[in-house]
Write a protein that binds this ligand. Structure first.
Ligand code: ATR
Length: 523
């Protein structure tokens, strides 16, 4: 920036970068006038945050005929964007927040596409004095839903309508049509609906975006989406591992199998990209790319949030949690290398199964496991809705995930149909289609899990999904033993099979304890 830069001239000298939300980058050496000459409020919406998602979302909005105001903490990115990808489009760059706000039509709609956490609070603090009653702030980042609950409440007191919108689809989705899951202050929805439903992915003539619910519901549903994504990815990795470990197939051979699977029940974005990934060769070594990639997986925390929240609301989302633990275990690479020299697996792996038969069994096991992880995700949303007072429409959520997002899959049509047919369905597994699908595939699934156990192939998600299925379908579980143990050592009481629910009994198991039972019974 130079003194003659028209954008710096209006900034009070004493104002710090933190107060303006502006970072002056050394990289800008040839300043250009980037602020539009438009003086009246012309923009339909404003977006703050010119990282990958923000930029692509703005371009998507502009491509639908919207006029978009753009701002970023580091002003040089506004320069670059306006002079680059945004050139010639209905995108107005702003070099400070007051200018940005002045460009917006009323009610003003400001979408934050900044890093989740303190950056969102910082921009809310800077924006709210510049906004009027009825204006709208949307957080489109990967925010943890309790933060959205807090921000929505605080801004409602200032008559500013806050929306937390989960946006999924990565770079390409943001540009061509993401899945958008908005929730928060419902008064904001009429103004946002035409914009969001227009820029979202469309499947079957329907947008992959609808109002989710109040408070943190939108970010909650996006979080569960990410948890399911963890499980989907882990299960695909396990299928690869079985085909490679048991049948000894090469990566390109397995890629061809995934390509084939993508034509049927497993048709999904993740199946498709896995087929492409497995066929890719490393330019340096000539080996399959996957064979040169280190086997440790990173994570950004949304799977962990889903798992912790599942525990908080009492949802048995064990496959989703298992997928998070799987990444954690993978990250202990050095320990695993050492352990592999000491800890033995089975000596006799048995005969190699018939190739085609085993491939088909793995396909069925993957589908059955996938059904269970979605069942867990939807069951978790149902329990959370009761806990947090949200009215979630699960058919509509399935439609939102049908396109645009990472877990988009053809079988979400079946999930939508299940919940459209019975909005109060307590578990996806109880819908006729899914009961039938899992019934058909269960023997193949069991054989695959058994083969993996016998051969020592690591399949935590397949196994935990099967455990969920067997637990959920059991009329009588072994929890009678747990409850007896709890009553034995802690006088926690139990209910009886031959008495009405809600009556609690205590046994003096040893003859030494008294007759006093614990006052809290936690079923
Ligand atoms: P991605 O992962 O796609 O790169 P991100 O890290 O989630 O994106 O978000 C990056 C955006 O958040 C950028 O617009 C960034 O602004 P800068 O370009 O100035 O870095 C913005 N951002 C990150 N931390 C911020 C903060 N503390 N205050 C304001 N904006 C911030």
């Amino acid at each position: 920036m130079t003194e003659s830069d028209p954008r710096t001239a209006d900034l009070p000298a004493a104002v710090t970068d933190d107060q303006t939300g502006t970072v002056r980058s050394e990289a800008v050496t040839t300043p250009q006038l980037i602020v539009s000459p438009v003086t009246e409020a012309a923009a339909d919406i404003g977006v703050i945050g010119l990282a990958v998602m923000g930029e692509n979302l703005i371009l998507n909005m502009a491509s639908r005929g919207l006029t978009v105001a753009a701002f970023n903490r580091t002003i040089s990115k506004v320069d670059d964007f306006v002079a680059g990808r945004a050139q010639g489009l209905s995108i107005l760059g702003a070099d400070d927040l007051p200018t940005f706000v002045s460009l917006l039509k009323s009610p003003r709609k400001v979408m934050l596409m900044v890093k989740a956490g303190p950056a969102v609070d910082a921009f809310i603090d800077m924006l709210s004095p510049l906004l009027d009653s009825g204006d709208i702030i949307i957080d489109g980042g990967n925010t943890h839903f309790p933060d959205t609950v807090r921000r929505e409440k605080a801004l409602a007191e200032q008559d500013i309508l806050f929306v937390g919108a989960g946006v999924s689809g990565g770079e390409e989705g943001a540009l061509t049509g993401p899945s958008i899951m908005p929730g928060g202050n419902p008064d904001a929805w009429p103004a946002l609906k035409p914009i969001f439903q227009d820029i979202a992915a469309q499947v079957g003539g329907q947008p992959c975006c609808d109002w989710v619910g109040e408070g943190g519901a939108g970010h909650f549903v996006k979080m569960v989406h990410n948890g399911i994504e963890y499980a989907d990815m882990q299960m695909i990795a396990e299928a690869y591992s079985l085909l490679s470990g048991v049948l000894g197939l090469s990566a390109p051979e397995i890629g061809a199998i995934f390509e084939d699977w993508n034509k049927g029940e497993l048709d999904s974005y993740l199946t498709q990209i896995t087929a492409e990934i497995l066929k890719k060769t490393c330019g340096d070594t000539g080996q399959p790319m996957v064979d040169v990639i280190l086997d440790t997986a990173g994570q950004k925390g949304t799977g962990k949030w889903t798992s912790v929240t599942a525990l908080d609301v009492g949802a048995p989302a064990n496959t989703i949690a298992e997928a998070v633990f799987a990444r954690i275990l993978s990250s202990l690479k050095d320990q695993r290398v050492e352990a592999s020299k000491v800890l033995r697996g089975p000596d006799d792996a048995g005969e190699k199964p018939d190739r085609d038969a085993f491939v088909e069994q793995v396909r069925q096991a993957l589908y059955a496991s996938k059904i269970c992880s979605y069942a867990q995700g939807f069951q978790m949303m149902e329990l959370a809705a009761a806990e947090y007072g949200w009215k979630l429409d699960f058919g509509s959520i399935a439609q939102m995930w049908r396109g645009g997002c990472i877990i988009r899959a053809a079988f979400l049509d079946k999930i939508k149909a299940a919940f459209d047919g019975n909005a109060a369905l307590p578990n996806l597994l109880l819908d006729g289609y899914f009961t039938g699908a899992i019934g058909t595939s269960q023997m193949a699934w069991r054989q695959v899990v058994a083969a993996a156990a016998l051969r020592g192939v690591w399949t935590p998600a397949f196994s935990s999904a099967l455990a969920y299925y067997d637990g959920y379908r059991s009329e009588r579980l072994s929890a009678n033993i747990l409850q007896a143990q709890r009553d034995y050592f802690g006088a926690h009481t139990y209910e009886r099979v031959d008495k009405p629910r809600g009556e609690f009994f205590h046994t003096n198991w040893t003859g030494r304890g008294g007759s006093t039972s614990s006052s809290t019974y936690n079923a």
